[in-house]
Ligand binder design. Structure first.
Ligand code: CA
Length: 444
């Protein structure tokens, strides 16, 4: 799960924001108070917000600041992985077999869950597998210690203060004991890695023992995951993602999650099923999703795909989860596409973001991650430059943007014979993914 400021309050899904590169570091967010002073003030606020004194004293009795958690937060590197690379690692092999076997061994449970929430087993199992390998890797750090540390730290104090308050509420309502709250370094807990905020909002007691236990109860874990998706717009009985084949020439600017057309329209434009058969010519709305641009894999993303983005707003993660769910449901391995789409490194993405910002395109912040906002900026630039507007950045685009800036640079800056080269020479063939593996495989 996640604790994403962009959807503050939600925080279901992987903690993608933790990977953010910008280290806004004020240092004065708590007015110079020591950790102990800050904690006293926090407890007073928590009391005022209705959390019981006994809960507070019990849960925060041993609260300490843990510099290693801050170091993890600061040390997160951005590894830019393309969909094929990430999915190849995360959505293949054992997760397929294990996912299918989990569905089989919990068939009655999944049937009850689908009946109540409308979400089919392969979708739930895909998240379960991606988040913790079906409960095998839930994390081993004390959640409360992480949260007090990150709430005291000055990088994202408000968000983690809220998470801390919600963790205390989860304890107070009897779901988990403080010592049971062990999880990932940013406070995600349980087999689906819910943030405390997501826990509070979406966890359900599905085995009927009176508490929502997302650590030990598989029933609670799976039903809560379904509940999260249902509450974020899941539509019963509708598909979520479907691999397709696209013609070599298409109005590429139509390939955009923000653009929806009936399936019949896509069929008319020459989009077919992956095996070449015709698409159902009905009016079910779908977007054409090209996670790696027009040369890479192609999918129709249906309304339900947006529930995957609610779980985690990273497009690569969401696409991988949705794709894994289709594979568990029986779809064949995705075709890599028509060509060899390149993957820019995090450094190149950051440079691209700077160039786009300089030219007036809104890309959010410069963080080296190819998110939806950056892709939207890429599309604008592609349209302006007359390139195929598939929202996917290439070395060529980076080079063209760099050239554009150089050409517009005042003469004085170019004095001394500096050629008007792109600021960052773009490698011609950077299909190579970033060298090091990610610190967390779940964070593309
Ligand atoms: Ca329960």
């Amino acid at each position: 799960m996640r604790l994403i400021p962009a959807r503050a309050g939600i925080a279901a899904g992987l903690m993608l924001a933790a990977v953010a590169a910008g280290h806004a570091q004020g240092g004065r967010c708590h007015g110079g108070a020591s950790f102990e002073q800050w904690l006293d003030a926090f407890k007073r606020e928590a009391l005022a917000q209705g959390i019981g004194r006994a809960t507070l004293e019990h849960a925060l009795a041993d609260a300490t600041f843990d510099q290693s958690i801050v170091n993890k937060d600061r040390g997160q590197k951005v590894f830019q992985q393309g969909f094929l690379q990430f999915a190849g690692r995360m959505a293949d092999g054992h997760r397929l077999q294990a996912g299918a076997s989990r569905i089989k061994s919990n068939a009655a449970l999944f049937a009850r869950i689908e009946q109540q929430f409308g979400v089919p087993a392969p979708v739930i199992v895909a998240f379960w597998g991606l988040e913790t390998d079906f409960g095998a890797n839930n994390g081993d750090l004390p959640v409360l210690r992480s949260l007090v540390t990150l709430a005291y730290d000055c990088r994202r104090p408000q968000m983690f203060r809220e998470e801390l308050l919600n963790a205390l509420r989860v304890i107070e309502r009897g779901d988990l004991a403080p010592t049971e709250m062990v999880g990932a370094w940013a406070g995600e807990v349980g087999q689906a890695q819910f943030s405390p905020t997501a826990y509070l909002k979406y966890a359900v007691d599905f085995d009927g023992d009176g508490r929502r236990d997302l650590i030990h109860s598989v029933s609670d874990v799976l039903a809560s995951s379904a509940n999260l998706l249902a509450q974020n717009g899941w539509r019963r009985g509708e598909p979520w993602l479907q691999e397709v084949r696209v013609p070599s020439s298409l109005a590429w600017e139509q390939a955009d999650l923000a653009v929806k057309h009936p399936r019949s329209q896509w069929a008319q434009w020459g989009v077919t099923l992956a095996d070449g058969r015709t698409l159902a010519a009905d009016d079910l709305q779908a977007s054409l999703l090209l996670p790696m641009g027009r040369l890479g894999p192609a999918f129709l993303a249906y309304q339900n795909f947006h529930a995957f983005l609610e779980w985690n707003q990273s497009l690569v993660y969401a696409t991988t989860a949705a794709y894994l769910a289709t594979r568990i449901a029986g779809a064949p391995r995705v075709s890599p596409g028509n060509g060899k789409p390149s993957t820019l490194t995090a450094g190149q993405i950051a440079e691209l973001q700077r160039q786009l910002l300089r030219q007036g395109h809104d890309v959010g912040k410069v963080d080296g991650k190819l998110g939806l906002a950056t892709r939207a900026g890429v599309k604008q630039a592609q349209l302006k430059l007359g390139l195929p507007a598939d929202s996917y950045p290439t070395p060529e685009l980076l080079s063209r943007l760099g050239s554009g800036v150089a050409a517009a640079t005042p003469r004085a800056e170019r004095a001394g014979g500096a050629p008007s080269q792109p600021r960052t020479p773009a490698p011609r063939n950077s299909t190579r993914p970033s060298a090091a593996p990610p610190q967390s495989l779940q964070r593309p």
